[in-house]
Design a protein around this ligand. Structure first.
Ligand code: PGA
Length: 231
């Protein structure tokens, strides 16, 4: 099975010129480039091989929702994947209910939803039974979902941007648990780079990686892509 690498640029880079340069360096098949919203249209034109992704979406199609972005607008811009419920957005107040509505709206618009779940350090410290309980709660609304337009990203919060990636065995264990609830591909995210990518990608339960920091470096991302192609 082909492994996917999703490049979550978050709120970087700041200039369109830099965004174009980075997109060109990361334009590989089986890569998803997820730039900030203002660059989506331009990056779509730059990409020849990679797919385009967005970092968030609203659950209504149109209307008086100042500052929000409709899934239909994203679809029209050429967005295929939408990251939803990232822990950085949950920290800003997104609830499981809002997130579920966003997932449904994204899929209805014809996009693939990349739903992020993952436990904080306090839960991880209590052991894997507690981790399963926590993630089970985040996924309860999606129980038995089989949508071909849904991917779950397992991103332990303590591993995001910290340089402390999860143990690949633990990540595979959680991915297996997730797949017992929701029958869709599971990717791992949290401090992945060209040094540790292989350990995650060789796991059959792990369909790819959601890459943050390392995706801001074209050379590093390319190395990860080469690993993804050969595993
Ligand atoms: P990181 O971010 O690779 O910088 O840890 C991953 C993510 O937040 O998606």
């Amino acid at each position: 099975m082909k492994k996917i690498l999703i490049a979550n640029w978050k709120m970087n880079p700041v200039s369109e010129k830099e965004a174009i340069k980075l997109a060109r360096a990361e334009d590989f098949r089986n890569a998803v480039i997820v730039p900030p919203f203002p660059f989506l249209g331009t990056i779509k034109k730059v990409l020849k091989n990679a797919s385009l992704g967005a970092q968030n979406v609203f659950y209504e199609e149109r209307g008086a929702y100042t500052g929000e972005i409709s899934p239909v607008m994203l679809k029209k811009l050429g967005v295929k994947y939408i990251i939803i419920g990232h822990s950085e957005r949950r920290a800003l107040g997104e609830s499981d209910i809002m997130i579920a509505r966003k997932v449904n709206a994204a899929i209805s618009a014809g996009c693939v939803a990349v739903l992020c779940v993952g436990e904080p350090l306090s839960v991880r410290k209590k052991g894997s039974a507690e981790v399963k309980k926590y993630i089970g709660r985040q996924l309860r609304i999606f129980k038995n979902s089989k949508s071909k337009d849904l991917i779950i990203a397992y991103e332990p919060i303590w591993a995001i941007g910290t340089g402390k990636n999860a143990n690949p065995e633990d990540a595979a264990y959680v991915a297996r648990y997730i797949r017992s609830i929701v029958r869709v591909p599971v990717v791992y995210g949290g401090s992945t780079n060209s040094k540790n990518a292989e350990y995650f990608l060789i796991k059959k339960e792990i369909a790819g990686l959601l890459v943050g920091g390392a995706s801001l470096n074209g050379k590093e991302f390319r190395k990860m892509m080469e690993i993804a192609k050969r595993v």
